[in-house]
Design a protein around this ligand. Structure first.
Ligand SMILES: [Fe+2]
Ligand SMILES: [Fe+2]
Length: 274
């Protein structure tokens, strides 16, 4: 089974750029790149910051675009989104409490998308109602579960980035701990740089994002930093007992060099590029 994880697409008014890049064009580039290589992907999941300023026109263009795709698309919202405006365009994505949370079936297990949005804050929140929803959703889900969200529920150890992490990480973590046996992987974005690790033994990965890239400076105490690292998404392979998450830097414009033969017997100072 394959999944495509896109994050932080930050759609904006056509013609405007972020970090010197066109997020609308880069969203399209990511879709084209991913679907050309993985037409057998079961789903594309976009983990928030769908619109840079939470604007209705961005959500309308997003809706029109994903309705034309040959693969299902699941959406989470992030701090740059506006939940009420988003739900005006995607009303069917609200759960019974009005959060953007859902479960969906996969050929291997279940996908779960959760809503970590909170008003007037760039940090993430996971209130009692959402915790109860997730607890029940996980209890009812056929494993393995692939869990998608916007905010990081674990520290990145980059100070300014962690000031806007998931505030209710302990409550969220307690649910993960209770259901850890059935959760295969947690996917999120928000940080605009890639990192991986585990939470209560459950592996996670943070994808970089399809437009502007961040930078993990462990000495910075005040400001969020950007960089010129390539635009990226992740492709997820679930096969046998393994889950592999590859970051695909589709924005890389450098060369690809042949380094040597796959036949180890042919490896020599004469034949290998150095
Ligand atoms: Fe973002
Ligand atoms: Fe974000």
């Amino acid at each position: 089974m394959k999944l495509i994880h896109l994050t932080d697409i930050h759609l904006t008014t056509p013609g405007q750029t972020i970090g010197g890049r066109d997020p609308n064009a880069n969203f399209e580039n990511a879709l084209t790149h991913a679907l050309a290589r993985h037409p057998d992907a079961e789903a594309i999941v976009i983990t928030g910051d769908l619109s840079d300023w939470g604007e209705r026109a961005d959500y309308q263009r997003l809706r029109a675009r994903i309705e034309r795709l040959p693969v299902r698309v699941q959406l989470a919202i992030g701090n740059h989104d506006d939940r009420a405006t988003f739900l005006e365009v995607f009303p069917e994505l609200a759960d019974a409490d009005g959060h953007v949370q859902t479960r969906f079936s996969l050929s291997r297990g279940t996908g779960v998308v959760i809503d970590t949005w909170g008003p007037r804050s760039h940090a993430g929140f996971y209130c009692d109602k959402r915790c109860a929803w997730l607890d029940a959703a996980l209890a009812q889900s056929e494993g393995p579960v692939f869990l998608f969200m916007h905010h990081h529920p674990v520290p990145s150890h980059v100070g300014p980035v962690d000031q806007i992490m998931l505030r209710d990480a302990d409550a969220f973590g307690a649910i993960i701990a209770a259901h850890r046996q059935r959760i295969a992987h947690i996917f999120f974005g928000h940080c605009h740089f890639a990192f991986s690790g585990s939470l209560h033994g459950v592996p996670f990965s943070c994808a970089r994002g399809t437009n502007h890239a961040g930078w993990a400076d462990f000495t910075e105490t005040a400001m969020l930093l950007g960089s010129d690292l390539p635009e990226a998404y992740a492709v997820v392979f679930a096969k046998g007992a393994s889950v592999t998450v590859q970051m695909v830097e589709f924005g890389y414009r450098g060369a690809h060099r042949i380094e040597g033969s796959p036949d180890c017997a042919a490896w020599s100072r004469a034949t290998m590029a150095r």
